[in-house]
Unconditional design. Sequence first.
Length: 150
Amino acid sequence: MKLVQIRPSRSFLPASLRSPRTLVMATLLAGAFCAGAALAQNYTGPSTAGTTAAARYTGPTTVQPTTVKALLANGKDDQNAILRGRIVSHDGGEHYTFDDGTGRIRVEIDAKRFPAGRSIDDKMTVELVGELDKGIRSVEFDVDEVRILP
């Protein structure tokens, strides 16, 4: 019995994709993409898309509210904190000035961190949940969640 090797025609491919190395790489990339998509469909852990885990959690917390004055005087870089007061100005982009009566601090708030469907002005009392970002030349409070207080 004589074995005949059948070779598929590659004429439908552009010349740049006809090398065996390119075909192998394309196949590997396509497989990796499909595997990643399948894993993502079953992922149910924490996500940064949409709302944060903190937005859904309503139970007790070990992070106690503090003041701007105390945070600036004693705060450590990446320290979690809760501030209560007012956002008194929009300074451009995602930057705002926050005042709690003891001092002012620059805060960074992504648009998705504001409560959906609610407007906030400089007269409303809010609670900011986030962490202190202490750099060499600047101090900023990165906000994870904005809550409107009564």
